[in-house]
Design a protein around this ligand. Structure first.
Ligand SMILES: O=P(O)(O)OC[C@H]1O[C@H](OP(=O)(O)OP(=O)(O)O)[C@H](O)[C@@H]1O
Ligand code: HPA
Length: 185
């Protein structure tokens, strides 16, 4: 069934603000500072995980102050739905990862299946070290493995369905300049 724009607008009108733009920008500054300290001499390839990682990657990259290469990959398991399924690779990395340090940048670590599969792929492709950075870490006990964490993360969020700053609700509101929770989810 096609999604009605009335529904999409209603979701925004009724959503709860979890984090303001100012709070999120502060978190991105902190993540950038940590990465600048730890990866400055590593000549990494920084991969944006499309689509959700687009805004965080863009904002983060401009705050990284050392030489790096940038690329993208696209693996999706939600496909505009609000619960995850099988991971589907839409675009694998084109740049060689052999003996490279890699930083994967995504919007959210939810159950972590996406990030784990991407990290495994990079290691199998010869990366010497794989780091991960996410804007949001969702708090619950359904992680792909207990204790799964990103190396760098911005903010913890509650176990709600969230959107904004790259994260979508049914394909919409990635452009929202704040992080919102859908009413009742
Ligand atoms: O930790 P997980 O439970 O695996 O979920 C996190 C992943 O889900 C979202 O991507 P999605 O599959 O929606 O693709 P998209 O970025 O193209 O929207 C998000 O951008 C993460 O990549
Ligand atoms: O809460 C979420 N919001 C948007 N995309 C997501 N992908 C995994 N979890 C989420």
């Amino acid at each position: 069934m096609p999604i009605s724009l009335e529904h999409i607008q209603k979701v925004m009108d009724e959503a709860e603000v979890l984090f303001t733009e100012k709070e999120i920008e502060g978190a991105i500054d902190r993540v950038a500072e940590q990465i600048n300290q730890q990866l400055a001499d590593s000549n990494p390839v920084v991969f944006c995980v499309m689509n959700g990682g687009l805004i965080f990657s863009g904002k983060l990259l401009m705050k990284l102050t050392f030489p790096l290469e940038q690329s993208y990959l696209h693996a999706s398991r939600y496909r505009n739905e609000t619960s995850g399924g099988e991971l589907f690779w839409k675009a694998k990395p084109e740049i060689s990862l052999m003996d490279r340090e890699v930083l994967i940048v995504d919007d959210i670590l939810d159950e972590g299946h996406t990030l784990s599969a991407i990290v495994d792929f990079c290691k199998r492709s010869g990366a010497s070290q794989v780091y991960t950075a996410v804007l949001m870490d969702k708090q619950h006990d359904r992680k792909a493995r207990p204790g799964l964490k990103a190396d760098f993360f911005g903010l913890y969020c509650a176990d709600r369905y969230i959107f904004g700053y790259g994260m979508d609700y049914k394909g919409y509101w990635r452009n929202a300049a704040g992080i919102y929770a859908v009413k009742g989810m």
